[in-house]
Design a protein around this ligand. Structure first.
Ligand code: ATP
Length: 269
């Protein structure tokens, strides 16, 4: 358990181009951030301070984890990834010591990206924490974020669906320098994501011609929904002995996805 929190994880071969629907301004800001991180010495001479921390916020399945991975890959950094809930422990001090060893390990393997998904489990407003343990863990995180020098080769990336829950102390510049919103994709974004996930799939001619319509008819779908759409459709085509994904497979997959999200919201009001 301890190892899974604080050791580097292999990164998939992923670039910013594998992420669809990123708004131009966000992409530009990320590229600028990357330029600083890739040339820390030149940046320092130019008087630019490298960002220490980034927050990605937005609904589930919109590509926050992908973005963190693409940034780390682009930096050539070791990737330390974990979830905020991995620090929630019953015993006072355990969460804090896990935070400490995560940062210590990353400092030994720079350049490094520390990625904490569901950071709200770790950095919620103090009054909502309830309990001494959560308080101590958050304090330790703040200490670690303050401890590093900005150009020391460590970038902290956090992600959440609930930015409103986060403690203001955590969000302060110098700890979190940039917050990027990663929203649900619009029609154009969905088209890009559909292109990414249908690449390498065998599509029938009429499916190929109807990808624009598919983008238009999947309003409210996240990137993860669109990705699973093609997986579901492929599986159905396979089971039916087809060589290509047909329109009916996609229609079936759309229904399944809509049904899936309805039952999710019914179970979890
Ligand atoms: P969560 O908040 O649930 O952790 P997330 O925002 O981190 O979600 P990811 O884990 O990055 O979402 O996305 C899950 C999967 O959905 C990805 O591996 C990818 O296949 C697909 N996906 C999500 N967003 C995009 C996108 N913008 N472009 C391409 N694929 C995407």
């Amino acid at each position: 358990r301890k190892n899974s929190v604080s050791s580097a994880k292999p990164l998939p071969a992923i670039t910013l181009d594998d992420i669809g629907g990123l708004q131009t301004e966000i992409k530009e800001e990320i590229l600028q951030t990357l330029a600083i991180l890739k040339e820390p010495e030149r940046s320092e001479k130019l008087g630019i301070t490298a960002p220490k921390g980034i927050l990605l916020y937005g609904p589930p399945g919109t590509g926050k984890t992908l973005l963190a991975q693409a940034i780390a890959k682009e930096m050539g950094a070791n990737f330390f990834s974990t979830s905020g809930s991995a620090f929630n422990e019953m015993f006072v001090g355990v969460g804090a010591s896990r935070v400490r060893s995560l940062f210590q390990n990353a400092r030994k393997q720079t350049p490094a990206v520390i990625f904490i998904d569901e950071v709200d489990a770790l950095a919620a407003k103090r009054k909502e924490h309830g309990g001494e343990e959560g308080e101590k863990t958050l304090t330790e995180l703040l200490v670690q974020l303050d401890g590093g020098h900005s150009n020391d080769g460590i970038l902290f990336i956090s992600a959440t669906n609930r930015k409103d829950m986060l403690d203001e102390a955590f969000l302060r510049p110098g700890r979190i320098d940039f917050s990027f919103q990663v929203p649900l994709p619009d029609t154009k974004g969905r088209k890009e994501i559909i292109e990414i996930h249908s690449k390498g799939k065998q599509l029938s001619e009429d499916v190929k011609l109807s990808l624009d319509t598919l983008a238009e008819s999947t309003s409210g779908f996240s990137g993860a929904d669109l990705s699973s759409l093609f997986d579901t459709a492929s599986r159905r085509a396979l089971r039916n002995g087809q060589a290509f994904i047909e329109k009916s497979d996609l229609d079936y997959a759309i229904d399944r996805t809509i049904l899936g999200s309805t039952s999710r919201s019914l179970n979890d009001p």
